[in-house]
Ligand binder design. Structure first.
Ligand SMILES: *Cc1c(COP(=O)(O)O)cnc(C)c1O
Length: 395
């Protein structure tokens, strides 16, 4: 205990800081397997062409894995380029000491030009008008020019040749890269494959024209995870890799052109807070959606939708692992808690037992793909929505 003089001159007691490590497994946490992250990086690097590099996409807190910690590990493993979605995410990496290129994929207000320069961040040119406004800020800013080849999101449309040419003539833009984004590289449907090839063709037709005019384009990049794994023949300077680094694909049982065995990096865990016995007719949770048909034992688990567990896993749509066995989620998932039916479990569950939401427990495993599939979405959404309250433990 430490004594400090208050403003009135009285001595008050300031409790010593609690030990952080023990706190981390008190409620709900993510275990980040850093060996698996390094393994995925090595496997993906084998697919990258010679002279190419991985640009690690660490937006949205590195898909819930912790942006700064993940970037530090990847830096130490030789990654020299990172991508984030926002200015703030970029600054946070710089403040944490991350070196190399940091590309902001999203829109940053052009009024922030000097902030971009101050932190040595590279901004995406999202279209011609944006380039013009950024030029007018009179600050020399590093940028990558984005060409929209069919995604219909950010980028100057590929057929606006004159505008694209003008972007490359703005004197305050220091252009160190040119890129596009594929919108259906995950699919082998004939229409999607044809569309992807059309996007690639549109992109190369634009950049070949620019090169012929003697314009330097900087680093060229097209592929994200699926782009790299399904179109590995493209020889770009960067591949912007997000989900695959974290050892997941967007969906279950997907076929890829490249044979690669990725290892999931994140496990999501929580604890049993309380155990209760219900009699026939007793109900559980908001809207009393669960009604016990017989003597039932339930466990209250300290994780909820504010932590990233989708509410549509309520009422037995989802399950968790406890003592190496599947137990169903019953009733409605709450903001901070959920309830599971442990009647069928032989082992004696006690308060404090670990509950696995994503990951391995005994012989059972819930992969991020299975979890996402249960809620009708993709792993990218599940991982990136893991809430701030989830403590992160790096093993
Ligand atoms: C998020 C994002 C990526 C990473 O995509 P993954 O499928 O996670 O590899 C790449 N490029 C852009 C433009 C993105 O927005």
């Amino acid at each position: 205990m430490k004594q400090t003089k208050s403003s009135e001159g009285l001595y008050i007691i300031v409790p010593r800081q609690e030990r952080q490590m023990d706190d981390k497994k008190n409620r709900a946490w993510a275990e980040i397997n850093t060996d698996n992250l390094k393994y995925n990086l090595r496997e993906l690097n084998k697919v990258i062409p010679e002279n190419g590099q991985i640009m690690a996409v660490v937006k949205a807190d590195a898909y819930g894995h912790g942006a700064l910690e993940i970037s530090r590990i990847l830096s130490a493993e030789g990654v020299q380029a990172f991508a984030v979605a926002t200015l703030k995410e970029g600054i946070q990496l710089r403040q944490g000491g991350i070196k190399g290129e940091i590309l902001i994929l999203g829109m940053t207000d052009t009024k922030c030009a000097s902030t971009l320069k101050k932190w040595n961040l590279t901004q995406t040119i999202i279209d011609f008008n944006y380039a013009k406004k950024l030029q007018e800020e009179n600050v020399n800013v590093k940028v990558h020019v984005k060409i929209d080849t069919g995604m219909g999101r950010l980028g100057e449309p590929y057929n606006q040749r004159e505008n694209i040419l003008k972007i490359f003539q703005f004197t305050n833009l220091s252009i160190t890269g040119t890129y596009t984004h594929l919108c259906a590289a995950d699919s082998f449907e004939p229409y999607d494959v044809a569309f992807t090839y059309r996007q690639i063709k549109r992109f190369y037709s634009v950049i070949d024209k620019l090169r012929c005019s003697g314009i330097s384009l900087g680093k060229i990049h097209i592929q994200s995870s699926y782009g790299l794994l399904n179109y590995p023949e493209l020889h770009c300077d960067y591949a912007r890799i997000g989900i695959a680094l974290y050892g997941a694909l967007s969906r279950e049982n997907e076929i890829l052109k490249t044979k690669i065995a990725l290892r999931p990096v994140l496990s999501l865990k929580s604890k049993v807070a309380l155990i209760k016995d219900l009699n026939e007719g007793d109900t559980v949770g908001y809207g009393h959606h669960f009604i016990a048909k017989k003597q039932t034992r339930i466990a209250i688990v300290s994780i909820g939708y504010a932590d990233g567990i989708p509410r549509n896993l309520s009422c037995e749509k989802g399950y968790v692992l406890l003592h190496g066995q599947k137990v169903p989620i019953i009733g409605n998932i709450c903001m901070d808690q959920l309830i599971v039916n442990i009647t069928e479990i032989q082992n004696n569950v006690v308060c404090g037992d670990v509950v696995t939401l994503i990951g391995q427990d005994g012989n059972e495993n819930i992969s991020p793909e299975m979890f996402a599939n249960n809620t009708g979405t993709i792993t990218n959404e599940i991982l990136s929505r893991i809430g701030d309250r989830i403590e992160k433990i790096y093993n």
